[in-house]
Design a protein around this ligand. Structure first.
Ligand SMILES: Nc1nc2c(ncn2[C@@H]2O[C@H](COP(=O)(O)OP(=O)(O)OP(=O)(O)O)[C@@H](O)[C@H]2O)c(=O)[nH]1
Ligand SMILES: Nc1nc2c(ncn2[C@@H]2O[C@H](COP(=O)(O)OP(=O)(O)OP(=O)(O)O)[C@@H](O)[C@H]2O)c(=O)[nH]1
Length: 433
């Protein structure tokens, strides 16, 4: 089950300030991870050992003030349907507004947990104002200051009560989610696969609104495809549709083993794609990048290689992710894409023996040992793969705390060079021995 936390509330209450505080920003692992808040509508957060995706609804509301109010209410409704927890944010320095009452009215009817967050409680006086929000009928408000962080710990403690534990399930059938921005061609790919592939085993129909899982059999291999393309056709507002499909995609991402991330060849890798890749990586998902609409690109002999090189550069530390050029429309390489995704799954779940690891990595370490730190020599004695679903490689050494990031990158590169780990998130840990 996916953990999605949605922040709703009227403009200017501090939603994006809280969002920035909650999501992990510290490690920019991609060369071009987009930094501006409103480009990043969602992000990965952890607290009390639970992880969840935070969605800032503010990013989805644009345009004139008349559609604004309707949008905020509509997004509150979508958030109730799709999120695990809704944070309804109000402003202590302003007090209850008509808009707050309207949103509260919608949220009171929800059968999902709603936490009332009274922001801008910067000092004792404003914190006292928080009591007024009791009148909204949503229980005790949590007074916080998103700007300084005060009160956010208590709030997060409560958020995690409603989050599921992350269990690394040993799935027998790989689950693949097709993700990407609107219009990249997700539906087209699914339809192409459906049209061509006669051996659909079982369409597991969820409710109409849930992502649809379908079990396929291709070349004797079973896999489940999660369709995230289906959108809420009812709504005519573009932002609502985008918000809704984002929440669905974020859920599918958390539930998948492998994420196929589709981009549009005519647009290239954009900030939002990079954020999605980064999120999938943090959730330790296998990743495959599909460049769709390849038919629209004028090509010569070098186009393919050059395009790939550019993307790899942008991916930085994730340049190991396999990249495939397809045309869903012309059914070019669509089965190859599935085969590749299954390969990533195999890479991700492979057993790497301790013997093979040591045979390969110890000579690599001997050739280029960790540089001494403060005159102390680091000696890595042996290497083992921990019994986890996604590869975690442990290096046992005398001074684990002294191993520096550049050396860790060297080790990761060597691991990737010697074992099939394309598209697989690999975690390196250093233990004292
Ligand atoms: N005093 C105070 N100001 C805050 C706090 N949190 C946010 N602000 C300020 O409130 C203003 C609005 O903050 P945002 O985070 O952009 O609000 P938002 O709800 O995302 O706004 P929209 O983008 O319009 O949806 C900014 O000027 C913030 O600096 C807080 O805890 N205390
Ligand atoms: N030229 C070309 N057009 C494509 C290709 N794949 C999809 N399209 C077109 O791109 C448009 C969007 O395709 P969809 O499959 O609806 O995209 P989607 O990602 O499912 O879109 P959402 O449902 O909005 O998320 C349609 O007009 C498709 O015909 C392709 O490989 N080449």
């Amino acid at each position: 089950m996916a953990n999605i936390v949605a922040i709703v509330g009227r403009p200017n209450v501090g939603k994006s300030t809280l969002f920035n505080r909650l999501v992990e920003e510290r490690k920019a692992i991609m060369a071009s991870e987009s930094g501006t808040t409103r480009d990043r509508h969602y992000g990965y957060a952890t607290w009390n050992g639970k992880n969840f995706t935070v969605v800032d609804t503010g990013g989805y509301v644009q345009g004139s003030s008349d559609i604004f109010e309707k949008s905020i209410c509509e997004q509150a409704k979508i958030a109730i349907e799709e999120a695990s927890v809704v944070l309804f944010m109000v402003d202590c320095q302003v007090g209850i507004t008509a808009m707050d009452k309207e949103v509260a009215h919608i949220l009171r009817a929800a059968d999902k947990p709603v936490l009332l967050v009274a922001n801008k409680a910067d000092n004792v006086d404003t914190a006292l104002m928080a009591h007024e929000f009791h009148a909204l009928g949503l229980g005790n408000p949590y007074p916080i200051s998103a700007a300084s962080g005060t009160g956010t710990g208590d709030l997060l403690d409560q958020v995690t009560v409603y989050c599921q534990d992350t269990i690394e399930q040993e799935t027998d059938i790989p689950k693949i989610a097709i993700l990407g921005r609107p219009n990249v061609g997700k539906s087209s790919l699914l339809n192409a696969l459906l049209g061509e592939e006669r051996s659909i085993v079982t369409p597991i129909a969820g409710t109409t609104r849930d992502a649809i899982d379908t079990t396929y059999n291709l070349y004797g291999k079973n896999f489940i495809l999660t369709d995230t393309a289906g959108i809420r056709k009812k709504s005519k507002v573009k932002e609502d549709i985008e918000f809704y499909s984002t929440l669905r995609a974020l859920k599918a991402l958390q539930d998948a083993d492998v994420c196929i991330i589709m981009i549009d060849a005519t647009l290239g890798l954009e900030g939002q794609d990079v954020n999605l890749i980064s999120l999938a990586y943090k959730y330790k998902k296998g990743i495959l990048l599909l460049v769709n609409k390849w038919d629209l690109i004028k090509k010569d002999n070098h186009t393919n290689a050059q395009f790939k090189k550019n993307i790899e550069q942008e991916l930085g530390a994730h340049s190991h992710i396999p990249i495939l050029f397809i045309s869903a429309l012309h059914k070019q390489r669509i089965f190859q894409a599935i085969e590749k995704a299954l390969e990533v799954y195999t890479n991700k779940t492979q057993k790497i023996s301790t013997a093979a690891l040591n045979q390969t990595m110890l000579p690599v370490i001997e050739r280029y040992p960790p540089p001494a730190v403060k005159g102390k020599y680091i000696k890595i004695k042996y290497v083992a793969r921990l019994p986890t679903h996604t590869p975690v490689i442990a290096f046992f050494c005398n001074l684990p705390q002294y191993v520096q990031p550049p050396y860790k990158r060297y080790l990761e590169n060597q691991l990737r060079k010697n074992f099939n780990l394309a598209g697989v998130p690999v975690q390196l840990v250093f233990r004292k021995k």
